[in-house]
Design a protein around this ligand. Structure first.
Ligand code: AHM
Ligand code: MG
Length: 335
């Protein structure tokens, strides 16, 4: 095993080989080191006394779990202490926080996504997206607007999945690689240049929301459920973990299509998931792995953000299926 490990690249070695800017490497390092700490606390479970609600609501009116609060504080602390970080934005913070004057990078993150799964010991994850500080903005004037850049401007993105093993998936725009956290606390590369299969027979959607979807989505899922007897001519399997990191990880591993579409439960919200720290980083990973992502009208990374906590309908995964969902929406644009 030790011999095997010696053949594997550590995260830092791989980023160095790819000639990633050392300042960016240091930002990734701050994130992944903090994620090791989060993984440690999750492993302790109830023994760490961390289950249950922190009895605080975040700015979106959701009750925060204790570990959401702790993970947010840990990431905030380590990123703001990093001289390369010009500012941060978190799912758990109403406003962005300015970082260091000499910093050149902005980081958005969801500290613990899928947190409804913590108490039932199911996979959760940390999602991050790294943007460059626009030249015109000295770090001292970092505001919410500084962050409002479309997803195609991301410099790097990834997630750390806390499951049976701790896995990092990351892209710096040169494909997607995966790393496993070793017992020695080092992330070792296990996969490089990951490819999402173009075709799939597996979909992921929360079916309990079916009656709230728009007509094109209703029609698409009805056709999927008709299997080999319907217009799609193939039988589909379904998965729903309610943890986007686990869902995207499965799609990067074996393909599939993930959907959290617009629904009319709250017409003021464009969907459940957030563009800047869920939709964009996951779309960057999926597209870098040859898959596709869409809000049903255009690629998610082309959506212009107007608000740091903006929501977006998310369809992502195997190209053929994402394009099919788009087609259902285009051919019925009057719906
Ligand atoms: P969160 O950021 O509050 O954890 O919400 C995001 C999560 C995603 O991980 C997951 O895809 C989705 O919410 C599940 O939602 P639902 O419980 O409606 O199925
Ligand atoms: Mg989330």
């Amino acid at each position: 095993m030790d011999q095997f490990k010696n053949l594997m690249l550590s995260l830092n070695q791989a980023l160095e080989q790819a000639q990633v800017d050392p300042q960016l490497v240091s930002v990734v390092d701050s994130i992944t080191n903090t994620c090791k700490n989060i993984a440690e606390r999750l492993r302790g479970g109830a023994l760490s006394g961390l289950y249950g609600s922190a009895e605080q609501e975040n700015i979106q009116g959701e009750v925060q779990k204790k570990l959401d609060v702790i993970s947010n504080d840990l990431l905030k602390q380590s990123l703001l202490a990093n001289r390369s970080v010009a500012g941060i934005a978190s799912e758990e913070e109403e406003n962005v926080i300015a970082g260091n004057a000499e910093g050149r990078y902005l980081v958005t993150f969801d500290p613990l996504d899928g947190s409804s799964n913590i108490d039932v010991n199911v996979t959760v994850g940390t999602i991050f997206s790294i943007l460059a500080l626009p030249n015109s903005d000295p770090a001292s004037t970092v505001t919410n607007d500084t962050f409002l850049q479309a997803g195609h401007k991301q410099i790097a993105a990834g997630y750390v999945l806390y499951g049976p093993s701790v896995i990092l998936a990351i892209t710096t725009g040169q494909g997607v690689s995966m790393y496993n956290l070793g017992a020695d606390g080092v992330f070792y590369q296990t996969e490089d240049q990951i490819k999402v299969p173009e075709h799939t027979q597996e979909f992921a959607i929360n079916m309990s929301n079916q009656r709230f979807w728009q007509a094109p989505m209703q029609r698409y899922i009805n056709d999927v459920l008709l299997g080999e007897e319907g217009p799609l001519g193939k039988r589909f399997n379904m998965r729903w973990i309610a943890s986007m990191v686990a869902e995207v990880h499965r799609i990067l591993t074996r393909g599939g299509v993930f959907m959290y579409p617009y629904d009319n439960r709250d017409p003021s919200k464009a969907g459940k998931l957030r563009l800047m720290y869920e939709g964009n980083p996951m779309s960057f990973l999926i597209e870098q792995a040859g898959g596709a992502s869409s809000n049903t009208q255009k690629p998610i990374m082309d959506v212009e953000p107007h608000y740091i906590h903006q929501r977006v309908p998310v369809i992502l995964g195997s190209k053929e299926e994402v394009e099919r969902v788009n087609t259902y929406h285009q051919s019925t644009s009057s719906d």
